[in-house]
Ligand binder design. Sequence first.
Ligand code: ARG
Length: 458
Amino acid sequence: MALWSSGFHEDVSEVMHDFNSSIVADSLMYAVDIEGSIAHANMLGRQGIIGTVEANEIVDALQKIKDDIDSGVLKIDKNAEDIHTFIEEELTARIGNVGKELHTARSRNGQVALDIRLYTSKRLSVLIHKTHELITELTNQAESNLNTIMPGYTHLQPAQVITYAHYLMSYVSMFLRDTERFREAKDRTEVSPLGAAALAGTPFPIDLRYTAKQLGFAKIFDNSLDAVSDRDFALDTVYALSTLMVHLSQFSAQIVIFSSQEFGFLTVSDAFTTGSSIMPQKKNVDAAELLRAKSARIFANLIAMFAILKDLPPAYNKDLQETKELLFESIDITEKSLSVFTAMIKDTLPNTDNMRNAASHGFLNATDAADYLVRKGVPFRDAYRTVSNLIRTAVQENKTLETLTIDEYKAASPLFDDDIYATIDLAASLSNRDSHGGAAPDRVKEQIQNARNRLSAI
Ligand code: ARG
């Protein structure tokens, strides 16, 4: 019989019972549900709303219930309606009438909102930690590859010379923003809804700040109707997860391309690849492909959450229950994806010869040749045209800018001198890009230092 069923003439049907139950997703929240109840019981006792002896008895029994679930002595009943009901019933079974005092000045509506917040906040801390680990690995690899020349692409066409360090640090910038977004989502999550009661507050002299403080939350809600139905923090969290997953997916897509035979820039260790059942030569980077696909599920969950929320009146509606699974699944997938990606990138090596070789084709130094003329007073657009003509000549003669003769240069513009060859040298092209955040090794060193500083401040 349900906790709330005393005024009902009929039990709910079996199909309705299953349909209505949230116990599967709730099982993840038993520890935080008990944490919230302990804070509430302490507050009730402290405020004299229930007796101190009773409050202590409730707290002790709740602690034992938690220990018993932790150790497996007490199994969560898969037929329970939800975790709040299960724990309150277990409490009353253990300590009798005193247990029935716990729900004074409280409602499951506020309780579930609190549980999701406590649970999400803890999971966000783990996500922040795991993103830190990834950033640390990428910055360390960048530090070892400051002079590893590779082509930089736009539109996936060869553009200008960069280094593997500069390339890796572009992802570090993205993951740093993700970490900051997780922190912001965590701040919005850590607001205590306890004290909103069902929707309108309570006549009892509760101390909301005391409960919030016990739970480590810095803020309390403003409006009790909003407090029980606010799931903005869940949207913020899944949005932050989505953004991180976009970045993981983009990076994974690059790993698929760069580890192909045609590029051969990266070698992913066998530990993250699989073979084919029919083609003996195959080595597929399945980890990267799966990471690319996993992201889609997070975006879908975010849209589903928006769709659930969009028609709801203020205060609790059962629709809200459905957002919980979407949130938890998104957290699980993202956390696992982060672990797999970090392990995979740790085990991925750049093939520096292939990278350098690719950088010496595709006229990556064309802009340097144009800049050379600009430094001699030619307006950039004219310099651009002169170098375009040179490239046309080079393509016709199957040459590169390095192998064109000085006479060919001079025919294009008398301003070219022998020092053009030093200017278009790949290493020079690289070290010349020394504007803020640019590809020059010294600038990338700065980026690494800045990233490490930012990381320690998050
Ligand atoms: N099981 C519900 C949920 O997960 C919590 C209880 C809702 N309150 C209610 N009055 N039905 O959202």
